[in-house]
Design a protein around this ligand. Structure first.
Ligand code: BGC
Length: 717
């Protein structure tokens, strides 16, 4: 052993000793508190005492536990004992882009800084737990909450969520990753059972939670409302005791979604730690209140089970420094320029350039005299919608405002026509009104050099508690886009939506399509900067855009949304691009797709070895050259294919991605690390992960359908 190795070993041993001491101190502290608590005090810590708080034990210095939604901003303050807003004037917060938008950045560093920003704001608002991120898989394009979630791909969702959580918890605010598990639709969300195979659970629906817990260190996990394989998530022993707390070693708090607990004894015995609810004012009547006290007294729930739950609550409090001697991060900050900058950076990196025929984008200002901005989404603010993820934000820059700000002083004449009325679902707009709005928009487009149609969805569609009926653009937008394109061939379509929508018609008639998501408070500026070329787009789709709804697995198989009792996941592990590839289906825009104003060449990959044995790490390096005119960022994707296997496997599975920034004429390296875990599938017979020896192919790709380089290696035992 040389001197350096010795020093390294000594340092590692010292770090391990410090960690051991810290763990012992934590245990001692928690034990000492627990030993002084009465049963009633313990029960106090296990259920809400108001809409977003859990009671404390002041006599022992245990404070109340304050929680808040949600995934993309700290929600406005509620009255403690009702679902009415408290009416504060100090509770507005930074509105960050929603889940699918942040996923479209494919940027782990941004997810970390997003978490830090949320943590700062949560601390400022005195919140101890932030209820997010939401990592449920986008199984069907129709799920109302897709906009809050991240992706159809478990690896992408898991990596981004873990970074977000690390950022958030660095500010001593606990994350609460949700909704565990297989909660992939809103229809019948309070009752029906997701009937899903062990393999699909492990390969598709659980990995993002696992990454959130193991890599992100999420201190809390929220149950889904739904059942999985016949048992409610809040009392599902296989999910909670065996997998979450068993296999994954989760040491934090498993709490119910608001009103998701269904029982006292079954929930207590099967892993639920804290019950949160919606039945304000009746806290004594909740399952984990008087009824739990009674169940302990009459021996149905052992004291040791209650103690274990209390330990978990105290552990989360200790680790977020609410109790104990360590100084807590504080006092946080809110609505700062830096946070607004964060919102801008995320929005800018999220924007996806879907197509750009004839190089219409970026717009060239010289010779540009007039621009028509069309569509309700050009002026609609989305922050205060979406139910539990709504944000009261100090401002929201809409696309029209963003363009106005950026074009001010250029002499470009910017005009707006609404084009269509965005009313709540099932409301009817008289035909004469629709015709007149469309006619005004078409006339404006005809009289302008360029037309920008801001179409898509809003929170009547991207919504909690309700799924969409189809993927059509509502309000007759497809016809409007066609008419505008006929009137002005230089038409840019901007999609404002958090879930997949039908873009077949726009893709045929509009030369340029840009997706700007539900992009947060700065989205208008980010969008204008992309359209005008100040920002080179670098977002890529976190889901597949097919041609028709019935191409997607659950719809092709007729098993979405099931009925109020159950929904069967007949497509198994074939979700998103895995399904489209297995069935050989054409897609309009593939998973991982996104264009740039520059061009990237993918060089030959270098592998650190051609053979791998269990325990090895394979290093894959790919040179990416910017051969175009401007600086840009490219999301390089690495998909694994098991060339020959005993069981059916997807043709490609995402197991790595790297976002590299490259100057024109320069080359940067995209680096990936693969371990044997990345090669494994879940074997239902062995009830475990199996990596079979043999050949594996790596697809280095610009999207799931655009493979630029391949390489092979062998796994040996
Ligand atoms: C939602 C959760 C949310 C909770 C508290 C529930 O209806 O499903 O995501 O965190 O309410 O608002």
């Amino acid at each position: 052993m040389n001197r350096l190795t010795l020093l390294l070993c000594a340092a590692l041993l010292a770090v391990a000793a410090v960690a051991r001491d810290a763990a012992r101190a934590e245990e001692r502290f928690i034990n000492s508190l627990l030993s002084r608590m009465t049963l009633e005090e313990k029960i106090t810590l296990l259920h809400g005492n108001s809409t977003f708080y859990v009671g404390g034990v002041p006599r022992l210095g245990i404070p109340e536990w304050a929680m808040s939604d949600g995934p993309h901003g700290v929600r406005a303050e509620f009255d403690r004992h009702s679902w009415l807003y408290a009416g504060w004037t100090t509770d507005s917060a930074t509105y960050l882009p929603t889940g699918t938008a942040i996923a479209a950045t494919w940027n782990v560093d941004l997810c970390r800084s997003r978490g830090e920003t949320l943590g700062e704001e949560a601390r400022w608002r005195g919140k101890d737990v932030l209820l997010g991120p939401g990592v449920n898989i986008i199984r069907s394009p129709l799920c109302g909450r897709n906009f809050e979630y991240l992706s159809e791909d478990p690896y992408l969702a898991g990596q981004l969520a873990a970074a977000y959580i690390r950022g958030l918890q660095s500010r001593n605010v606990a994350a609460c990753v949700k909704h565990f598990a297989a909660n992939n639709q809103e229809r019948w969300r309070l009752e029906n059972s997701s009937q899903v195979s062990a393999r699909a659970l492990h390969e598709i629906y659980l990995p993002a939670f696992k990454a959130a817990v193991q890599q992100g260190g999420s201190l809390c996990v929220m149950s889904g409302y739904n059942q999985v394989n016949g048992t409610f998530c809040a009392e599902n022993a296989p999910l909670v005791l065996d997998i979450l707390k068993g296999e994954w070693g989760f040491e934090g708090v498993y709490m119910s979604d608001w009103g998701a607990a269904q029982s006292t004894v079954a929930s207590a015995m099967n892993g639920l730690d804290v019950e949160m609810g919606t039945w304000a004012g009746h806290y004594d009547e909740w399952f984990f209140s008087r009824a739990l006290l009674q169940a302990v007294r009459n021996g149905e729930v052992p004291m040791s089970v209650v103690d274990e739950k209390v330990r978990r609550v105290l552990r989360v409090m200790y680790r977020t420094r609410m109790i104990g001697k360590q100084r807590r991060y504080g006092p946080g900050s809110i609505n700062t320029a830096a946070h607004q900058q964060e919102a801008y950076r995320e929005a800018a990196e999220a924007i996806v350039l879907l197509q750009n025929r004839g190089g219409l984008l970026p717009l060239n200002l010289s010779g540009l005299r007039s621009v028509a901005v069309i569509g309700d989404n050009a002026t609609r603010e989305h922050s205060f919608g979406g139910m539990s993820s709504e944000i009261k934000t100090p401002y929201e820059v809409t696309p029209l405002q963003g363009l106005r700000d950026r074009l001010a002083g250029t002499g470009v004449d910017l005009r707006f026509a609404q084009g269509y009325t965005a009313v709540p679902r099932d409301s009817v707009v008289p035909q004469a009104v629709r015709d007149s709005l469309a006619a005004q928009a078409v006339a404006l487009a005809q009289a302008s050099d360029v037309a920008i149609v801001c179409c898509g969805l809003n929170h009547y569609y991207d919504a909690e508690n309700v799924d969409r009926d189809d993927i059509q653009l509502p309000y007759g937008q497809a016809a409007l886009i066609r008419a505008v394109c006929r009137a002005n061939p230089r038409t840019i379509v901007v999609v404002v939506a958090g879930s997949p929508v039908d873009l077949v018609s726009p893709s045929l008639c509009a030369p340029a399509i840009v997706w700007s998501w539900l992009g947060g408070m700065e989205v208008g500026h980010a969008l204008a900067d992309v359209l005008l070329g100040k920002v080179n787009p670098s977002g890529k789709l976190p889901f597949t855009i097919g041609y028709t709804l019935d191409q997607y697995g659950p719809h092709a198989l007729g098993c979405f949304p099931g009925n109020q009792h159950e929904v069967t996941y007949d497509e198994g592990i074939y979700v998103g691009y895995r399904w489209f590839e297995a069935r050989g289906l054409p897609v309009l825009y593939p998973f991982g797709h996104g264009l740039s104003y520059t061009h990237f060449d993918y060089g030959s990959p270098t592998l650190s070895a051609r053979r791998m044995t269990p325990g090895d790490t394979l290093l894959v390096t790919v040179p990416i050259t910017n051969s175009g005119p401007v600086a840009g960022k490219e999301v390089v994707q690495l998909y694994v294919e098991d060339v020959a296997c005993r069981v059916d496997r997807p043709r490609k599975e995402l197991k790595g991605f790297a976002k590299v920034e490259v100057q024109p004429g320069q080359t940067a390296q995209a680096v990936f690390r693969l371990t044997t875990d990345d090669l494994a599938y879940y074997d239902e017979q062995q009830m475990g992960w199996v990596a079979e020896p043999g050949e594996f192919r790596l697809h280095i790709a610009a999207s799931s359908s655009d493979v630029r380089q391949t390489a092979t290696f062998t796994l040996d035992f």
